[in-house]
Design a protein around this ligand. Structure first.
Ligand code: PLP
Length: 428
C-alpha cells in the first residue's frame, strides 16, 4: 500500500507527519544548501546549536513552561536510560542537600571534621534515603525494578502496586488515600501514561500537588507516550522525561525537562568519591543532567537529525495550534471518544481493558470477545483491519489483545475510519 493510504496505530515508533519526513529527506541529502546533510554536519556547528536551541524554545512555548525555570536536555539511551538517570540525579540531589545540612549542623559548634560529616551523612542515608514508586503499569514497574537493581531494595519504596486492586492485572489507579508515600522521599515517581496497559492518570495526583508555601514532594514523571497531547502542570514537577518516538519525533533521543534548582549554581551533584564512601551508585557521565546541561546537550555526539525532526514536529504543532497544547488536547479527546464509544456500543463484541476511570487517550487497549473465541476473533479483527489499511493494531506481546495508539499523528479521519471499522466488525 502507499503511505498515504495507511493509518498506522503502532505504539512506538509511531507515524510521523509526511510533510515533516519530506523536508527531512531533503535535509538528509543537503541541509539548507550547505551541500552536506543534516546527519553529516558536526554536532558542534552553529547550525546544530540553532536546531537544538529552537527545539528547546518551541517545546517551552508549546507546553507553556518557563525556560528560565526549566532546562530542556536531549538525552541518549531512550526512556529506559531515563529510568536510571532520574534515579541517579535525584538521589544525588538528595545527598547534596543532606550534605549541606550536616555541614551546617556540625559547623555551628567546632569546625566539623570530615570524618564526623561522613558519619552523620551515612546515618542520614541509612535512616532516611527513600525513593518512591507508584506502579500503575508495565513501564512504571520497569522503572521501579531498575531503581531496585541500581540503588538497592532497601532504599526503594513501592507506594502502591495497581495490580493488587484489579485481580493481579494493571488497569486501575489505586485511590490516593491508600498510597504509602515516604516522609521526605528523594522523589516520587509515576508514569503518566502506561503505553502497554492503556492506563493514564486523568489528572495530576492531588496528593502530590505543591503546598501553598511552595514546598511539597519532588515529583518525577515518565510522559513518553502522552507528552504533547495534553496540558500538564509543569510547575508541579521537578523532572519530566519522555522518549521522542511516540509524539515528538523519531527514535534516538529522549528529552528531560528539569527544574533548574536541581542544577548549579543552586545545587551540584555529589562527587564520585563521596558517593563511593556512602556506598551509593555513581552515575555514568552521559546520564548526569548537570554535565548535559552545562554542555547544552552536547557533552558527547548527539544525533542532530533526531533533534531536527523533533523540532520540525514542534514547529508544525505550533503552526496548527497557535495557542499551544490545548488545541491538540481537544483533538486527542475527540479522537479517543470516537474510538471508545464505538467499542462501548458493542459490549457483546469488545471488552475495553482498563477501568473507565483510568482509560488512556493515547493507547486504547481492548479485547475482541465476539463469538467467544478471543484468539480467533482478534486474529480476524487484525486481518480485516489490515486489509483496509488500518495497521499497527496488535497489542503488546506481554498482554496481547488489540491496542490502537491514538498519537498526535493520527488525524481525525483516521480515528473515524477505525471507529467505523469497529462498528462494522461487530455487526458483521
Ligand atoms: N516509558 C514508556 C511510557 C514507554 O512507552 C516506553 C517505550 O515504549 C519506555 C518508557 C521505554 O522507552 P525506550 O524504548 O525508549 O527505552
Amino acid at each position: 500500500p502507499a503511505r498515504a493510504d495507511i493509518t498506522y496505530f503502532g505504539a512506538g515508533p509511531a507515524a510521523l507527519p509526511t510533510d515533516v519526513l519530506e523536508t527531512a529527506a531533503q535535509a538528509l541529502l543537503d541541509y539548507q544548501g550547505t551541500g552536506l546533510g543534516i546527519a553529516e554536519h558536526s554536532h558542534r556547528s552553529e547550525l546544530a546549536a540553532k536546531i537544538i536551541n529552537e527545539a528547546k524554545a518551541d517545546l517551552a512555548t508549546y507546553l507553556d513552561f518557563s525556560p528560565e525555570q526549566y532546562e530542556v536536555l536531549f538525552m541518549q539511551g531512550g526512556g529506559t536510560g531515563e529510568f536510571a538517570a532520574s534515579m541517579y540525579n535525584l538521589v544525588g540531589a538528595w545527598v547534596s542537600r543532606q550534605h549541606a545540612a550536616v555541614q551546617k549542623e556540625l559547623g555551628e559548634g567546632a569546625a566539623a571534621d570530615e570524618a564526623q560529616v561522613l558519619a552523620a551523612l551515612r546515618q542520614r542515608v541509612e535512616s532516611g534515603l527513600k525513593v518512591d514508586y507508584i506502579v500503575t503499569g508495565s513501564w512504571s514497574l520497569k522503572a521501579y525494578q531498575e531503581a531496585v537493581r541500581l540503588l538497592g531494595p532497601e532504599y526503594v519504596n513501592l507506594v502502591c502496586d495497581a495490580r493488587t486492586i484489579n485481580d493481579g492485572k494493571f488497569g486501575k489507579i489505586p485511590d490516593e488515600s491508600t498510597w504509602k508515600l515516604s516522609k521526605d522521599a528523594a522523589y516520587v515517581y509515576f508514569c503518566d501514561n502506561e503505553t502497554v496497559d492503556g492506563v493514564e492518570f486523568p489528572n495530576f495526583p492531588k496528593i502530590l500537588e505543591p503546598k501553598e508555601d511552595g514546598t511539597g514532594p519532588i515529583v518525577v514523571s515518565d510522559m513518553s507516550s502522552n507528552i504533547l497531547s495534553r496540558r500538564i502542570p509543569v510547575n508541579n514537577y521537578s523532572l519530566l522525561f519522555f522518549g521522542a518516538q511516540k509524539n515528538l519525533g523519531c527514535t534516538g533521543v529522549a528529552v528531560a525537562i528539569l527544574k533548574k534548582t536541581f542544577l548549579p549554581p543552586t545545587l551540584s551533584q555529589p562527587s564520585p568519591a563521596l558517593l563511593r564512601k556512602l556506598a551509593l551508585p555513581i552515575p555514568p557521565i552521559v546520564l548526569q543532567y548537570e554535565i548535559i546541561a552545562k554542555n547544552n546537550s552536547l557533552y558527547n555526539t548527539l544525533s542532530i537529525f533526531d533533534v531536527y525532526i523533533a523540532g520540525q514536529v514542534l514547529k508544525k504543532l505550533l503552526a496548527t495550534f497557535p495557542n499551544g497544547v490545548d488545541g491538540q488536547q481537544a483533538l486527542a479527546e475527540k479522537k479517543a471518544e470516537l474510538i471508545y464509544s464505538a467499542l462501548e456500543a458493542h459490549p457483546e463484541a469488545y471488552k475495553i481493558v482498563p477501568d473507565k476511570s483510568a482509560r488512556s487517550k493515547m493507547n486504547i487497549c481492548f479485547r475482541v470477545i465476539k463469538g467467544g473465541n478471543v484468539d480467533e476473533a482478534e486474529k480476524a479483527f487484525l486481518k480485516e483491519s489490515t486489509a483496509i489499511n488500518l495497521t499497527g493494531l496488535k497489542g503488546h506481546r506481554s498482554v496481547g489483545g488489540i491496542r490502537a495508539s491514538n498519537y498526535n499523528s493520527i488525524p481525525l479521519e483516521g480515528a473515524e475510519k477505525l471507529a467505523n471499522f469497529i462498528h462494522e466488525f461487530a455487526k458483521a
